[in-house]
Design a binder for this molecule. Sequence first.
Ligand code: FE2
Ligand code: FE2
Length: 141
Amino acid sequence: MSGPSLRKKDAHSSIHEAALNEAIELRTLFQKCLEDGDKVKALQVIEVTIEHWESRTLKHAEAEEEGLYKDIVEAYPDRLTTVIQLTRDHDLMRRIVDNLKNLLQSDEPNQRMITLLDSLVIIDQIHNDDEMNKLLVEGEK
Ligand SMILES: [Fe+2]
Ligand SMILES: [Fe+2]
């Protein structure tokens, strides 16, 4: 998981893009359910969306922290600050996903969940850019 494919910019970037596109589609679908007043479907969609963030982006983050990030710091100690910043992004995403799960337990599907989903997407977009531009450098194996 944390092996060569995450070290390769193109392959790594494709993983980001696939997960993010799905997340954006799910967010749009969730909003439509809210607008339609279809609470049952909205509930199903938000559950799938949370599961999506956990099983894709947060799992990917975990693999990076256990493998890629450690390897990079070992090979390029001057990238430690970048790794710390990227790890903080992961933590923010984990906390927002936890927030969503808590909201789901105590509340019906609502607009606040859209705000949280949008926050996840924005943080992930910025995070992915930094991973590509500050962490992985073209030409390095
Ligand atoms: Fe990451
Ligand atoms: Fe990544």
